[in-house]
Design a protein around this ligand. Structure first.
Ligand SMILES: [Zn+2]
Length: 680
């Protein structure tokens, strides 16, 4: 981290914040402690350390609504997929005859952190059997079972090998099973040699950097230099996204029913935003460290969606709220943001992590997490089998809630979203403290200078503005707690123990260093103010804090595809249709949205992301637009000229003003999020 970065990210603790017995460090203390002028600390020769290190799996225990959400997930598709879906249950990875490439490794990559977050013994036991099978069937040459014996004649895209090693590294971290680390190391050795015979191609070439994650993991534990040779070889054979973004025009949306391209593939893109930062750890090229933020900035400008992700169905598709985003891209973007926060320490990645986790992620699942969509749309008024669709390269079932709508990649890959988010809420600072990457109810255990510490977060955030952080230490110990202050949180405050509330600067990391004794309560307030955000075609969306709000629409769910394999309930396919009007324009003062929208807190439901479980509800005003209808199965696209604010005679301007109920985007299954803006 450069000096400039440090000044930006670490703000000075206000004078007078000190609780009775515990001095807050001075700016000079902190500079000395952090060694601002020193080169980045190295975890082992040749590999730069990240700014913050994720805690081992199992260190963070979800609580409150997050625990309920993860329990729903384990009781839904994630915890049961191997019992009936052949591509996992009968995978070649586990000795079966079904798919033997990415699907079972994808599932493991998500259910391993899920099982350890919940400390779910039966799920852990099943996972252990699957991992044991993979490890015990590794061949003497280091390749895992599904890799073909005659690989030169029958090619096998190495992406799946990189992926399974990433999943196995999590398992090793959680269990300490030495056989698993040995298996990872032998597999990566086989990859190092194999790349000379068959260089990376297709998925492996576009996802090479995912192999750096297990390579770094193994290197930090074995210090074997060839693992960094492997990292460099993967990089040399893989796509250079910085070069790609200089030469390839990624700004133009893929035409509807258009052309599938590797370079604009939304999942590759969501994964690749972390590739330069990972690469920075190898040789510390300064531009590598900052390119992730630049890439996201560019993607936002041309493809950004209000739910925190990019339009991509399944190639980059622009800002149109009808176009949709593939679920794989949502969970991969979350994982990329976790790495970006860890490596760079930039709090903006934490803000973005929450925006995606609290909006795009939950919205694309049914509230019971038994079904999911391939593509979610920001304006999505019905989800039906729709041959008239206007997806770019996806099919007519892409927005159904189902088992494997459109294609089964998301069915295999969706599981990592919530569990990895939960595992990355807090990370370790280099001086044995904790930094909050994101906020949700949880309890975290770690050791600082040998002293056991527990940090609990009691809150219904993001449905509330307040958080109670409890710090409990076995004996007195000095370490920092670093709080991410969201960039939107104007007026944020912190209060330690019985001290007075002190202001915190939005968009920074607030570092509290003190001697902690016994139990200490830290109260955080992140004031949330309503904001009207300009959308596509001059539409308007409402957000407040980390949550985006959308119109609550009555829903009718109908089971479909019951004759397809493996659709016996509870894992069926469903169409969703609106039972209440959705075609409203919004009357909102864009400069003072708080005057136009009222918010009311409700208990957070057993299903936190469901229409009835919404922990906060907003009331806004709008008018029906009778001519705004469904066209080609979707809400028609409106130009500014279609709506009344631009055209006082347009239909809708004479309709009565109504009170509209908005709920968090993540709580909706069908919705309008970007509204035509009406004059009054
Ligand atoms: Zn997918």
């Amino acid at each position: 981290m450069s000096d400039i970065d440090r000044r930006r990210f670490f703000t000075t603790v206000a004078a007078g914040l000190t609780a009775a017995t515990a001095p807050v460090s001075t700016a000079a203390d902190r500079t000395a402690r952090l060694g601002a002028a020193a080169p980045p600390p190295r975890s082992a020769a040749g590999l730069a350390a990240p700014a913050f290190r994720p805690l081992p799996l199992g260190a963070i225990t979800p609580a409150g609504w997050l625990q309920r959400q993860l329990r729903l997930q384990a009781d839904g598709l994630s915890g049961h997929l191997d019992e009936f879906w052949p591509d996992v249950g009968e995978s070649k990875w586990f000795g079966g005859q079904a798919e033997g490439w990415e699907r079972a490794p994808y599932w493991l990559d998500g259910v391993i952190p899920l099982a350890w977050a919940l400390d779910d013994q039966p799920l852990k036991a099943r996972i252990a059997r699957y991992v044991d099978f993979i490890v015990s069937h590794q061949r003497p040459d280091g390749w895992f079972g599904p890799y073909p014996e005659d690989a030169v004649a029958r090619r096998y895209d190495l992406w799946a090998i990189l992926l399974v090693n990433k999943a196995l590294a999590q398992y090793h971290e959680a269990t300490g099973d030495a056989h698993v680390l040995d298996a990872i190391t032998r597999s990566l050795r086989a990859v190092l040699d194999g790349l000379d015979r068959t260089p990376l191609y297709e998925w492996g070439r576009f996802r090479w950097f995912e192999g750096l994650i297990p390579a770094f993991y193994a290197y930090e534990r074995t210090h074997e230099g060839w693992l960094l040779d492997l990292a460099r070889k993967l990089r040399a054979q893989g796509v250079d996204f910085q070069a790609l973004y200089r030469t390839e025009d990624i700004t133009v949306p893929t035409p509807r029913r258009g052309l599938w391209k590797w370079t604009k593939h939304i999942v590759n893109t969501a994964m690749a935003v972390k590739s330069p930062a990972l690469s920075w750890r190898i040789d510390q090229q300064p531009f590598d460290r900052t390119f992730g933020a630049k890439m996201i900035e560019l993607l936002d400008r041309y493809h950004g969606q209000v739910n925190g992700v990019f339009g991509g169905d399944e190639c980059l598709a622009g800002r149109n709220p009808l176009q949709g985003t593939e679920l794989c891209a949502v969970v991969e973007f979350l994982y990329s943001l976790e790495h970006l926060f860890s490596i760079t320490g930039d709090p903006a990645f934490g803000d973005r992590l929450e925006r995606v986790a609290f909006n795009a992620l939950p919205a694309t699942f049914a509230p019971d997490m038994w079904s999911h969509q391939y593509d979610q749309q920001v304006n999505q008024v019905q989800c039906t089998i729709n041959p008239d669709h206007m997806f770019t390269t996806n099919g007519p079932e892409s927005n159904l809630y189902g088992l494997e709508p459109n294609f089964g990649c998301c069915t295999a890959n969706m599981h990592q979203g919530w569990p990895k988010f939960a595992a990355h809420l807090w990370m370790m600072t280099p001086d044995e403290g904790l930094v909050a990457a994101a906020y949700a109810p949880s309890r975290t255990s770690f050791r600082s200078h040998g002293v056991p510490v527990t940090v609990s977060v009691e809150t219904d955030y993001p449905f509330r503005e307040t958080l109670q952080v409890g710090v409990r230490v076995d004996r007195a110990v000095i370490f920092p707690l670093v709080f991410r202050v969201p960039a939107w949180a104007e007026g944020a405050t912190i209060r330690i123990g019985s001290g007075s509330a002190q202001p915190m600067k939005p968009g920074t990391l607030q570092r509290i260093e003190r001697e902690w004794r016994g139990a200490t309560e830290v109260a955080l307030v992140f004031p949330m103010r309503a904001k009207a955000t300009a959308g596509y075609n001059e539409a308007v969306a409402i957000e407040r804090g980390p949550l985006v709000y959308a119109l609550k629409i009555g829903e009718s769910w109908t089971q479909v595809n019951a004759d397809k394999p493996h659709r016996e309930l509870p894992h069926g396919d469903f169409e969703v249709r609106p039972t209440t009007p959705w075609n409203y324009g919004l009357v909102v003062d864009a400069n003072d949205a708080g005057a136009s929208v009222r918010f009311e807190e409700r208990p957070v439901g057993d299903r936190p992301f469901s229409p009835e479980g919404a922990g906060i509800v907003a009331t806004a005003r709008g008018r029906l637009l009778p001519n705004w209808r469904i066209v080609r199965g979707w809400a028609a696209e409106l130009s500014p000229a279609d709506v009344a604010w631009a055209n006082p005679d347009a239909p809708g301007s004479k309709e009565p003003l109504e009170e509209l109920t908005l709920i968090p985007y993540g709580c909706t299954n069908i919705r309008i999020t970007e509204f035509p803006r009406l004059k009054g």
